[in-house]
Design a protein around this ligand. Sequence first.
Ligand SMILES: O=C(O)CCC(=O)C(=O)O
Ligand SMILES: [Fe+2]
Length: 329
Amino acid sequence: FDSNSINKYPFPSEQIPRLSVADPETYRLIKESKPVIITDTNLVGSAAKWDLNYLHENLGKGLFYVYTSNTNKFKYYNSNRAEQCKSFVNPTERHHVTFPQFLQMLKRCSCTDEKVYLQQILNDTVGTNIVDDFLQFNWDWVNKCKAAFGWGQLSSNLLLIGLEGNITPVHYDEQENFFAQISGYKRCILFSPDQFDCLYPHPVAHPCDRQSQVDLSNPDYKRFPKFRNVRPTEAIVGPGDVLYIPMYWWHQIESLLSRGLPPVTVSVNFWYKGSALPDKIEYPLTPQQRVSVMRNVEKMLAAALDDPDKVGGLLRSIVEGRYTDHALS
Ligand SMILES: O=C(O)CCC(=O)C(=O)O
Ligand SMILES: [Fe+2]
């Protein structure tokens, strides 16, 4: 990758450890819900040949979700909620197209400022060669991890084909993630769930639930003063690397400029449901459990008031002058 293409940010960061699949330390970190780059897993080795030509020939006639953006940012939004919310302006446009149509869109990008990003959950419309490659993923290893960490079911594998320079802005997911890089390089900037207050996510009922309101490249410190305290941990993943993104960990993912051709990055993630609650809750709650509690409170209020716009006012009535100035004593 081209190191000149690495964005500069106004915060210091640490490096995510990079460890072998054979190193016991890898599993200690995953057990503690800490990010780690795992090398030599051969998790998606059978997909190393998934370049645009091979995918074109083998992906089949199904339809793919492709997003277009007039900036290089692809902020996720819930399209059902976006439709209900009149004042919301979609940050990207979503298209449902065949793979050849996606290739056309990629070609067109080279002469406009528009960027495209294919993000499609792998399904049974793919051709037999892709099915064979999929079956040769290192299921033995991931299944062992799933069992060892008590994770729930594999919920999906998202295929991501992005253009260099594409950015997925900072957000968190409610699932465990083995993020497998196939081709090209991505910079992954992660923030632990205890930095919730610094990252100011949109309200839970908002179309951009789970996304931070802060633009990392141009933070509005007036609105988001605590963003000054963020301390991420980051790494660059390349072909063959697997990044463990723990549930509720914030992440921003940036496709770096490649020196070679074609200028695309290919990744497949493995999203797993989190582990079941322990029999006995221990206190203090973990930062992850705290986020989960906050989400539930917001959801209950939105449902009870039957109007997400009224949640803020009610929360203010509870808090202001009552929990703001005094300790409980
Ligand atoms: O690779 C990307 O651009 C985003 C991936 C992501 O956010 C995820 O796998 O959870
Ligand atoms: Fe994500």
